[in-house]
Design a protein around this ligand. Structure first.
Ligand code: SF4
Length: 344
């Protein structure tokens, strides 16, 4: 409180001590001598005015101070609000960027999420048609070609040889050739030392038997020198072997090592996927089909899809003259619907 305010305070106390109320007291008595030269009437109003005036200086100062701080605060606020604005803009930009990114991700996701219509029903229908396992692949596929008494290392080698023989060859022919080879001694050291003519006679009449003699012998030597007689455990290394491609490598990983590295797509799988519309656009090679199929088919189904479709292709969805009228998918298969209409 200021000095003058105190004086006024004293005058008021004196007035109260004299027993006079403010109401019946002369204005000169009510006013401190300090203010005597400025005679005023309506002391009730003037005293507070003076005080207010004197206080006003202080107040002004206070206000000035407040003003400064106010200005400072306001300026600060402006700065803060600019900062906030900047942050907001920045945030907005980030949000926009995020929106752009999420749109990109959504597009990628949408692209990834593509699935062919009715594929689950079709899959179940094929399983139903295959439930008795009567196709050649069920009893004579590569997984049935190894010697049951062979060691794991030799068994893996025999799986690989069977796969090499199976290319462009019916399961019955491959299986019979493997029976002869197993009886002869289907081990890498024995095969590597076998004359070409002898090996040729053992595997004949598999498709491209002359070329396969060369591939199998060269592979056996590589396995002995580089892998201690075992087969490699990666798709990449398997594909480096003579005559081994991605389809063979993925199936080999599954049958020999029990690992699912990808979908084995042969001519049956390639053809059926195109007929069923299980590829976004029609594909020209099994390798293209494999990539398309792996894009949407749940990984948990990769191990069974090859075997399922190969058998289905051997019995029902034949390369020429598929048995569409007998197929459980005839009403939902794009190829089957057209095929049946054409025949009518
Ligand atoms: S309807 Fe015909 S083309 Fe379609 S999956 Fe069945 S057999 Fe194959």
């Amino acid at each position: 409180m200021s000095k003058r305010l105190k004086l006024v305070g004293l005058a008021s106390s004196r007035t109260l001590r004299s027993g006079k109320t403010l109401a019946n007291t002369d204005s000169s008595e009510k006013t401190s001598p300090y203010f005597a030269r400025k005679k005023r009437t309506g002391s009730k109003k003037h005293i507070p005015i003076k005080i207010e005036y004197e206080a006003a200086d202080d107040k002004t100062n206070i206000e000035d101070t407040n003003l400064i701080s106010d200005v400072a605060i306001k300026t600060e606020n402006v700065e803060t609000s600019i900062d906030t604005k900047d942050i907001k803009i920045e945030k907005h930009e980030i949000e926009e960027e995020y929106v752009e990114q999420s749109t990109d991700l959504k597009n990628i996701k949408d692209e990834k999420q593509w699935t062919p219509p009715n594929w689950e029903t079709i899959f179940e229908n094929i399983k139903e048609m295959r439930k008795y396992e009567t196709a050649p692949v069920d009893t004579m596929g590569c997984h049935k070609c190894t010697d049951p008494n062979a060691t794991p290392v030799i068994s893996r080698y025999q799986s690989l040889v069977a796969l090499m023989l199976s290319s462009q060859t019916k399961d019955q022919v491959t299986h019979a050739a493997m029976q002869r080879l197993n009886s002869y001694g289907c081990k890498p050291d024995i095969i590597a030392a076998t004359p070409d003519e002898v090996l040729g006679k053992l595997i004949y009449p598999v498709g491209f038997w002359k070329r396969k003699v060369e591939y199998i012998k060269r592979t056996s030597v590589i396995l002995l020198n580089k892998y201690n007689g075992d087969i490699p455990k990666t798709v990449q290394e398997l594909c480096e072997l003579p005559g081994v491609g991605p389809k063979m490598a993925h199936i080999c990983m599954r049958t020999a090592w029990g690992e699912v590295s990808g979908i084995g797509v042969d001519t049956h799988v390639h053809r059926i996927c195109n007929r069923l519309g299980w590829v976004k656009r029609s594909t020209k090679t099994p390798e293209e089909t494999r990539k398309e199929l792996e894009d949407w088919l749940p990984r948990s189904m990769w191990s069974e899809v090859n075997h399922l479709l190969v058998g289905f292709g051997q019995e029902t969805c034949l390369p020429r003259f598929p048995k569409c009228s007998e197929c459980l998918n005839k009403d939902i298969c794009p190829y089957g619907s057209k095929n049946i209409k054409t025949k009518k």
